[in-house]
Design a protein around this ligand. Structure first.
Ligand code: ADP
Ligand code: MG
Length: 354
């Protein structure tokens, strides 16, 4: 089985774009690993560099302990599923799935067996004679997955595998992908720009921006303790509230209110910080000490509602508690951060303190 070890890896395109920039990353054998970041941050390039489809400019790629940096793509024990699936339109589903074996000159019988074996678990058993144009987006995606699995590679690379599916199908495919990865136990690197997808699927997540990695951690770590304000803003279905604050007499002065400093954090007076509060940890039921503002937007989420408050230093988003009546727009409310859930970031660098 195979782990992946990237050291000082850079990939620079001929036009000078440094798409992967001196990146270190260690992915464990059997791990379901997400590369998460905004469009253009270098996710696809990094995946293609691992696969050997792009040549790195410097640094090394180890797969299963072996240095494959200069090894051509076909010899890397890596299967990649492309964002657009890249199926061969003139081939049937069975031929598409068995294609990697044809390249390896497997017999017709071995190819047929592989197609039947891989397609069964993916619900493609009755579609083997169809062509890609006769399939739905979800079915095409499963054919691309089946083809990658038929390669029996050590590493599976998936570039935004769910992004071409509509919202409903995406949720189903997400659960399906998770189960499949558990069953196969293949080291899987999965690229997405969708933080919810990364949180739901991955054992660990690397958050990328501008060719570099900002943070690596479990979904829980990345969600609960984003290492800087970029990650804080990027992770979460509603972005984290980030407010400027000043330390005064061992307290935080923020949005016209005083809040206690988080336990264990010691800062001298007049230090400028950014306070991070997840909307999920900001109750707007009027209880507790907090920041007062005027309700401007209420969005019903079902059990709770998302409430936007206009406060002295900008807007603040919080949640009602279950059973609480929806507050009316224009009313004044106090939003109370859950004790112990405040995060403090350096006012200049945006790096997490404490
Ligand atoms: P992502 O997958 O995160 O959207 P990409 O890896 O596709 O990001 O792109 C990273 C950066 O590299 C972007 O600035 C993009 O414009 C640039 N880029 C991607 N492919 C090429 C290429 N073939 N030639 C030149 N620049 C490229
Ligand atoms: Mg991409």
């Amino acid at each position: 089985m195979a782990g992946i070890e990237l050291t000082g890896l850079s990939t620079v395109y001929p036009n000078g774009v440094r798409a992967v920039d001196d990146l270190d990353l260690s992915i464990t054998d059997g791990e379901f690993f997400a590369l998460l970041g905004p469009s253009g941050c270098g996710k696809t390039t990094l995946l293609r560099t691992i696969a050997g489809l792009e040549q790195s400019s410097s640094g090394t790629v180890l797969i299963d302990g072996a240095d494959v940096t200069r090894l051509e793509a076909g010899r890397r024990q890596v299967a990649m599923v492309f964002q657009d699936y890249a199926l061969f339109p003139h081939m049937t589903v069975a031929e598409n799935i068995a294609y990697p074996l044809r390249v390896r000159r497997a017999t017709k019988q071995a190819r047929q067996e592989a197609a039947v074996r891989t397609s069964g678990g993916l619900g493609l058993g009755t579609l083997l004679e169809r062509r890609p144009a006769q399939l739905s987006g979800g079915q095409q995606q499963r054919v691309a997955l089946a083809r990658a699995i038929a390669m029996e590679a050590e590493v599976l690379l998936l570039d935004e595998p769910l992004s071409n599916l509509d919202a409903r199908l995406r949720l189903e495919a997400r659960t399906f992908l998770k189960r499949l990865q558990r069953e196969l136990g293949m080291t899987t690197v999965f690229v997405t720009h969708d933080q919810a997808e990364a949180l739901a699927l991955a054992d660990r997540i690397a958050v990328m921006s501008e060719g570099r990695i900002r943070q690596v951690g479990s979904p829980k770590e990345v969600f609960q303790r984003p290492r800087d304000t970029f990650v804080a803003n990027f992770i979460g279905s509603t972005p984290m509230n980030l407010l400027s604050a000043i330390v005064r007499e061992g307290h935080l002065e923020v949005a016209g209110t005083r809040l206690p400093l988080p336990p264990g954090v010691q800062l001298t007076d007049d230090t400028a910080v950014t306070v991070g509060i997840r909307p999920e940890y900001l109750r707007v039921d009027g209880g507790g000490e907090g920041i007062t503002g005027t309700v401007s937007i209420v969005e019903n989420l079902g059990v709770t509602s998302l409430v936007t408050l206009e406060c002295p230093d900008g807007a603040l988003v919080g949640l009602t508690v279950p059973e609480q009546d929806e507050p009316a727009v224009g009313t004044t409310l106090t939003a109370a951060p859950e004790p112990g859930r405040l995060l403090l970031y350096d006012g200049e660098t945006g790096v997490l303190l404490g």
